[in-house]
Design a binder for this molecule. Structure first.
Ligand SMILES: [Zn+2]
Length: 233
C-alpha cells in the first residue's frame, strides 16, 4: 500500500465519520425540537380556558332566565290568583308583570347569544385538539424512524472506529500528523484523487514528473496550488 493510499483510506473513514456525526446532530435537534407541539398545546390550553369562561357565562345567563321566569310566575299568581282585589294593586301587579316580561326578553336574548358563543368555543377547541393530535402522531412516527436511524449510525460509528485503527496501522506517525493538519486546514479533505493529470480538488495540471511520482506512491506529493496530498487512485 502506498503512503497516499493509506491516508486516502483513513480519510474515507474520517469523512464517513464526519457525515454520520453531522446526521446524529440533526437527529438530536429534531428529537428535541417540539416547538410546534409546545405551541399547539398552549393553543389548546387557551381554547379550554376560553370555553370554561363562556360556559360559566352561559350557566349564569341560564340561571337569570330561570329566576326571571319564577318572578313572572309569582307576579302572575298574585295577579290572577284572586288574593289581590284592590284595583290599584292589580294595576301595579300588571305593570310589574309587563316590565318583568320585557326584561325576560332581554335575558333570553343574552342567553341565546352566549350559547352561540359556547358553540363557537367548542368548535375551536375541537379543531385545536385535532391539530395537536395530528402533530403528535406525526412526531411519534417520525421519532420511531429517527431513533432507528440513530441506532444504526451508532453501530456504524463503532465499526468505523475499529476500521480506523486498522487503517492507521499502515500510516506513519509523520504522515498522520501531516494528514490531520491538512484536514483541519482544508475543510476535511487532505487527500485528493487525481482527475486524469490534474488535481481532483483545484484542477491544477501536474507536471509529468509529479504525475510519475504520484503514481509510484513512495512519496507524499502535494498539489502546489491547493496543498492537498495527491493520490493516483
Ligand atoms: Zn490542488
Amino acid at each position: 500500500m502506498s503512503r497516499a493510499s493509506g491516508l486516502y483510506r483513513l480519510q474515507e473513514i474520517d469523512l464517513e465519520n464526519d457525515r454520520l456525526k453531522g446526521r446524529l446532530e440533526e437527529i438530536r435537534i429534531t428529537l428535541d425540537d417540539s416547538a410546534e407541539i409546545t405551541q399547539l398545546r398552549a393553543d389548546l390550553a387557551a381554547k379550554e380556558s376560553a370555553l370554561a369562561t363562556v360556559q360559566a357565562a352561559s350557566t349564569r345567563a341560564e340561571n337569570e332566565v330561570e329566576d326571571q321566569r319564577l318572578k313572572i310566575q309569582n307576579t302572575e299568581q298574585a295577579l290572577y290568583g284572586g288574593s289581590v282585589k284592590h284595583p290599584k294593586e292589580l294595576e301595579d301587579l300588571e305593570m310589574e308583570s309587563e316590565s318583568l316580561k320585557r326584561h325576560q326578553d332581554t335575558l333570553e336574548d343574552r342567553y341565546l347569544e352566549v350559547m352561540l358563543e359556547q358553540d363557537e368555543a367548542e368548535g375551536k377547541l375541537t379543531q385545536s385538539s385535532a391539530s395537536l393530535e395530528v402533530a403528535e402522531s406525526g412526531q411519534a412516527s417520525q421519532h420511531v424512524e429517527l431513533v432507528t436511524e440513530r441506532e444504526s449510525i451508532d453501530n456504524r460509528l463503532a465499526n468505523l472506529e475499529a476500521e480506523r485503527e486498522v487503517a492507521l496501522a499502515s500510516v506513519s506517525k509523520q504522515d498522520q500528523d501531516a494528514y490531520e493538519g491538512l484536514r483541519t486546514r482544508l475543510r476535511g479533505v487532505a487527500v485528493i484523487v487525481l482527475n486524469g493529470d490534474s488535481c481532483g480538488a483545484c484542477g491544477l495540471t501536474l507536471s509529468a514528473s509529479s504525475r510519475q511520482l504520484v503514481g509510484s506512491g513512495d512519496e507524499l506529493i502535494r498539489c502546489t496550488q491547493c496543498g492537498r496530498i495527491l493520490y493516483g487512485g
